[in-house]
Design a protein around this ligand. Structure first.
Ligand SMILES: [Zn+2]
Length: 96
């Protein structure tokens, strides 16, 4: 699961789970099968945002953490992540 640390915790606004995909030039992305989104989520972009949230904005001035550190932080992140229409429309929902 190292290459997709958010697998299983990313959800579309409709409740559909995102699954790993790899059809773009960037190589890594999360896709939803519900059809709400026209494009898949760029994995690095969403992981960067979740990492910033998980570390309370520690990386707000720049994304310089090593991939291994990011993977470790995201691997321990246990909140449900709902993604709306854009990457800036993300809601974090603590586990109940
Ligand atoms: Zn959906």
């Amino acid at each position: 699961m190292g290459r997709y640390p958010l697998c299983g915790r990313l959800f579309c606004g409709c409740g559909q789970r995102f699954v790993p995909g790899c059809s773009t030039a960037s190589g890594r992305e999360y896709v939803s099968l519900c059809g709400c989104r026209l494009w898949p989520l760029d994995a690095a972009a969403i992981e960067q945002r979740v990492y910033a949230y998980a570390t309370c904005g520690a990386s707000a001035s720049g994304f310089s953490a090593s991939p291994a550190l990011v993977a470790a932080v995201l691997g321990q992140f246990d909140e449900r992540i709902e993604v709306g229409g854009t990457l800036d429309d993300i809601r974090f929902m603590p586990p109940t």
